[in-house]
Design a protein around this ligand. Structure first.
Ligand code: NDP
Length: 310
């Protein structure tokens, strides 16, 4: 008797099955090594300025990581830590970096404290220095499939899929979360890779149905255990973008988890990115990549095309 491939994969969906782990840390290290090589070969000194406003503890950790990584790759990395307060001071800081010749990339760490109009700040960044890729000009370029700087987390997701030969073409992709920095740009990228894309959010009333139809899921919400095994299609590939800080004792000593209930889901999915060690390191590596690209553009250097393909 001949079995169809679908039948067999469903049939063998037992406790033994474990998903391929999409090792973002390893793929990010590979990208960073390449960046170091290019910096040495082309003798560029990319400069990144990160503006941090307020005292959010998680944001402090993220910006420090970005600075450390940029320095370790041979770039200039600066953090400007500003107290919560006048938006005018933030605009002035952005303007200062817009005209600083040794700074090629500017990133305003999000979220900004309540009361500060995020769009107003982002729109002040010169789009050619917007290495986060979220200025309306850059998001527009991305939307029409001509990105200059592909936003870092979305870029990290696509690089990870590519590295593991997970081709979205013809697949049903469900993205949960529609923020400017993550979910929305991922929807553009997956659309251009010929996936059939659904973008879900807090008002989506039929999430179980959408989950059951998806071949690829990207979860970018910020809710632990949002995705369990219920409703998942066997062999789905899952990118877990969420970062949630939880009580360490209640979770076997682990204090950071994603949106996906990792252990049970990894028995159903064909591939899954872990938290930590998945999309997080990819995001930082892609920021380094965008900053390097920004330095080539602003210094008028010819880019090695096979490398600058994002
Ligand atoms: P936002 O808060 O801006 O967006 C969250 C999104 O989730 C919104 O679109 C919201 O819908 C949606 N949402 C909320 N609750 C539900 C629900 N129950 N069902 C479906 N959708 C829901 O967050 P970000 O996009 O900035 O970040 C999302 C997560 O990713 C966070 O955990 C963040 O820490 C993490 N992150 C991780 C990064 C990394 O490098 N790994 C980088 C950036 C973020 P609505 O629009 O209707 O409000």
């Amino acid at each position: 008797m001949a079995f169809s491939r679908d039948y067999l994969t469903t049939y063998f969906q037992d406790d033994e099955m474990t998903a391929r782990i999409l090792n973002g840390k390893a793929v990010a290290d590979e990208l960073c090594n390449k960046i170091t090589e290019i910096i040495a070969q082309y003798k560029v000194r990319p400069g990144l300025a990160v503006i941090l406003v307020g005292d959010d503890e998680a944001s402090k950790v993220y910006v420090e990581r970005k600075k450390e990584k940029s320095l370790s790759l041979g770039m200039k990395g600066r953090i400007l830590h500003m107290p919560e307060g006048s938006p005018q001071q933030i605009l002035e800081a952005i303007q200062m970096y817009n005209t600083a010749p040794d700074i090629h990339g500017i990133l305003v760490q999000l979220p900004l404290p309540k009361g500060i109009h995020t769009s107003q700040m982002i729109e002040k960044i010169n789009p050619i220095k917007d290495v986060d890729g979220i200025h309306p000009f850059n998001l527009g370029k991305l939307m029409i499939g001509e990105p200059i700087y592909t936003p870092c987390t979305p870029q990290g997701c696509i690089r990870l899929l590519k590295h593991y030969n997970i081709n979205p073409e013809g697949k049903r992709a469900l993205i949960i979360g529609r923020s400017r920095i993550v979910g929305l740009p991922i929807s553009f990228l997956l659309t251009h890779l010929n996936a059939t894309v659904t973008l879900a959010h807090s008002h989506s009333s039929n999430l179980p149905q959408l989950l059951s139809e998806a071949d690829i899921i990207v979860s970018a919400v910020g809710k632990p255990k949002l995705i369990g095994t219920n409703h998942l299609k066997p062999n789905v590939a899952i990118l877990d973008v969420g970062i949630n800080r939880i009580n360490q004792q209640a979770n076997n000593g682990q204090s950071v988890v994603g949106d996906v209930d990792f252990t049970p889901v990894s028995k159903v999915a064909s591939a899954i990115s872990p938290v930590p060690g998945g999309i997080g390191p990819m995001t930082v590596a892609c920021l380094m990549y965008n900053t390097l690209k920004a330095s080539f553009i602003q210094e008028g250097k010819t880019m090695p095309e096979q490398f600058f393909n994002f």
